[in-house]
Design a binder for this molecule. Structure first.
Ligand code: FAD
Length: 449
């Protein structure tokens, strides 16, 4: 008997879904390789079905998901024939099409990744605070995704960090504990994290945007061929379960939200103090998954000869951890006037911060700079004196519990972010606040903090 000739699978066509086009500016027309898309006067596409080859380039670039693939009645008949020939029972043409459909493959690939991981950064067995902050963020993300929060702990004699991670909200901890990981070195840590990711496939990995975190996250993302958004200031989940990664872009003039919707894991770093510290509940426990992953020391090119701490003596002030910050900007007019801020800081038990203008002018050292290229702070009270409130400054302090702004310009943008605003001359207002605080403390018999 003569064998039936196989029918060629139809490619389908593309059409507009009514009411969804946002007239984005003819992106679909530009993407079409066969000139099958014309635009009408409302800026919506008209697809010439005779020319359309269903390459789906227009579907992919459409920001409003207003284009879809479909089969003409003739093509549907052919599909039915194919199904009969193969004796396959599909529930729909869409499923039939899914055999080799790129979107279906991608969906399947992404679905293999589950859970949100936080890399626990540690130095000599002590965790960096940002790791716990990220566990708090991870818990918010997993509430939408309905998956577990896990910690990755790599080091030597660091099992206690798994328990600490549980206190801050992790449900599981993946532990690699070996002398080779005593000190951080990029190559071995990269291999350890890559091993865990390839084995357990998390959908999201968060790391601190510290020196170590930036180094490791970049290396891991490169090896795993996935995306990484550095220095995020906001993280959330969209309707499709993708991580929305928000960060300042174009010199901080806009906030960009970045998606990594075709690769997994989705990776992001966040600076210390950007996210709120979650509650520490010591009664919380979790599951420790111990993995044996050893490397031969002789195969590692980098050797740690000595660890020199960058802690700068007892008088060094870390503004990132301060509860009260009194910051001065260009409106302070000179270095000598910061003594006035120091007086107020002393009364409140706080520290002095500065805008970049004040730092650039040489009035304050760089480690006091608050903002995008300085420190991110989250004090209980932030008092901004003579600071206009540029976006690059705001991103570093806008999450403070209370912001008090002193500025003589009533239209200064800092007032938009402020909880309380005082319009006037800081040279009168700041000493008046200091006097008030001093008298209040004397009345209440409160010692100097
Ligand atoms: C890539 C990039 C990164 C940056 N990173 C940072 C950063 O990390 N941190 C940062 O701060 N900036 C940063 N900047 C700079 C930022 O854009 C602003 O230029 C800077 O914050 C302005 O500092 P300022 O508010 O002190 O000065 P100005 O903008 O000059 O404001 C001075 C304010 O003082 C007020 N004033 C003057 N005299 C008095 C008075 N007697 N009493 C009361 N108010 C008075 C004025 O009304 C004015 O609002 C960055 C810029 C770029 C491009």
């Amino acid at each position: 008997m003569e064998k039936k000739k196989p029918i060629k699978k139809p490619r389908g066509k593309v059409r507009l879904i009514e009411g969804k086009c946002i007239a984005c500016g003819a992106r679909c027309q530009s993407a079409c390789p066969v000139d099958a898309v014309e635009m009408n006067e409302r800026g919506e596409p008209i697809v010439d079905l005779a020319k359309c080859i269903a390459c789906l380039k227009c579907v992919k670039v459409c920001p409003a998901e207003a284009l879809e693939k479909f089969y003409t009645p003739e093509e549907q008949k052919l599909l039915e024939e194919i199904m009969k020939q193969h004796d396959v029972h599909y529930e729909s043409h869409a499923e039939a099409e899914g055999i080799d459909d790129e979107a279906a493959k991608l969906k399947k690939k992404l679905a293999a990744y589950k859970g949100v991981w936080v890399f626990v950064e540690q130095f000599e067995g002590e965790a960096a605070r940002v790791s716990w902050e990220l566990l708090g963020t991870a818990a918010q993300l997993t509430a939408r995704l309905n998956v577990d929060v896990s910690a990755i702990v790599v080091g030597h004699q660091v099992e206690h960090l798994c328990h600490e991670a549980f206190h801050y909200g992790a449900q599981k901890a993946y532990l690699i504990d070996d002398p080779v990981f005593k000190h951080y070195r990029t190559a071995p840590y990269l291999k350890a994290v890559k091993f865990l990711v390839e084995k357990y496939k998390p959908e999201i990995i968060l790391m601190g945007a510290t020196g170590l975190g930036r180094d490791l996250a970049g290396a891991v993302a490169t090896q795993l061929k996935t995306g990484l958004t550095a220095d995020c200031t906001g993280l959330s989940i969209d309707d499709k379960g993708n991580l929305l990664q928000t960060r300042p872009a174009f010199g901080g003039n806009i906030m960009a939200t970045i998606l990594c919707d075709r690769f997994r894991p989705q990776m992001a770093t966040v600076r210390p103090h950007v996210m709120a510290m979650p509650e520490c509940v010591t009664a919380r426990t979790g599951e420790i998954i111990k993995e044996i992953f050893t490397l031969n020391e002789d195969d590692i090119l980098t050797k740690v000869l000595e660890v020199i701490s960058d802690k700068k003596g007892d008088d060094h002030i870390d503004i990132a951890g301060a509860e009260f910050i009194i910051s001065g900007g260009r409106g302070m007019l000179g270095k000598e006037n910061f003594a006035m801020l120091q007086e107020l800081a002393d009364e409140l038990g706080g520290v002095i911060g500065a805008s970049r203008s004040a730092v650039d002018a040489g009035w304050m050292p760089l480690d006091r700079q608050v903002g995008q290229t300085g420190k991110t702070v989250r004090p209980k009270i932030y008092i901004a004196c003579g600071i206009s409130g540029a976006i690059q400054h705001l991103v570093g302090m806008q999450d403070s519990d209370i912001i008090i702004a002193v500025n003589r310009d009533k239209d200064a943008p800092i007032f938009e972010a402020a909880t309380y605003g005082i319009v006037g001359d800081l040279f009168q207002i700041v000493p008046a606040i200091t006097r008030y605080v001093r008298e209040f403390k004397q009345q209440k018999n409160i010692c100097k903090v």
